[in-house]
Design a protein around this ligand. Structure first.
Ligand code: C5P
Length: 238
């Protein structure tokens, strides 16, 4: 298999394979904060994120959500469908935290009356600015019909994963998704791991996600492994 690096992200690399419709995704041992301005190597992070994302994407697939995941190759590598990525980060919030708390002067931890969906334009040079639906459609990043599908899929993912995390004593506070076009459909791309969501332990209220790194609260891999272990016990054997 000839693998040519086509994209090097903050936490993952993407490479070509012999099949033009399939790419290889490699999870890296790198943690970043402040949109890449703070960077650290953390041994074991790539492996644990890969395992968590696989479990979640397999679970979502069973529940009818199509994802780009094709097959695992190793502890840090997987084959994924080559999609045309939509340059939007789709954030759903159930509970006030992070930038929403800062931006609107809200108390962290308040449950929102209804989940909120926000969009950010994926652009490192511009620091991923917030973008609304009329801006995103006027700039032809996405069509109105696609946005409707994205919203419906994001709400379904939220319902499924809120319930799943609830079963393992964790509140799903917020998360980020990315979508791609594949053979005329929209499918879930990228990953779902504690790098792109907030998970709070229901008993201790401790963060079980990248806030541990952002706020220097301890060892990130130990915390991610705790999430993996709980998920594995609940859905690992399915
Ligand atoms: O920082 P903020 O509160 O806006 O983040 C909301 C959610 O989106 C968090 O779970 C965060 O980890 C995720 N996120 C992400 N990638 C970004 C920005 C936010 O995964 N570039």
């Amino acid at each position: 298999m000839t693998n040519e690096l086509i994209y090097s992200g903050k936490a993952k690399d993407l490479m070509t394979t012999d099949n033009p419709e399939i790419l290889k995704m490699v999870y890296k041992d790198q943690a970043t904060a402040l949109n890449g301005k703070r960077k650290e190597q953390i041994v074991g992070k790539g492996r644990v994120n890969h395992q968590i994302s696989n479990l979640i994407f397999d679970y979502l697939k069973q529940k009818g959500i199509e994802t780009h995941l094709v097959q695992n190759l190793s502890e840090t590598e997987q084959l994924v469908k080559k999609v045309e990525i939509i340059p939007l980060e789709v954030v759903l919030r159930n509970v006030v935290a992070g930038s929403f708390a800062r931006k609107f002067g809200q108390r962290v931890g308040q449950t929102l009356q209804t989940p909120i969906i926000e969009y950010y334009f994926k652009n490192d040079a511009l620091d991923d600015p917030a973008i609304n639906i009329s801006q995103a459609t006027a700039l032809k990043l996405v069509s109105l019909a696609e946005i409707q599908t994205i919203e419906a899929m994001t709400n379904t993912v939220n319902q499924l994963l809120t319930e799943l995390f609830n079963q393992i004593g964790i509140d799903l506070v917020d998360f980020k998704l990315e979508f791609g076009r594949y053979r005329g459909r929209l499918i879930l791309a990228d990953e779902f791991s504690p790098d792109n969501c907030r998970l709070w332990d229901q008993k201790s209220h401790a963060s079980l996600d990248k806030d541990v790194f952002r706020q220097n609260q301890g060892d990130l891999v130990t915390v991610y492994q705790e999430v993996l272990q709980r998920l594995d016990q609940t859905i690992g054997g399915q």
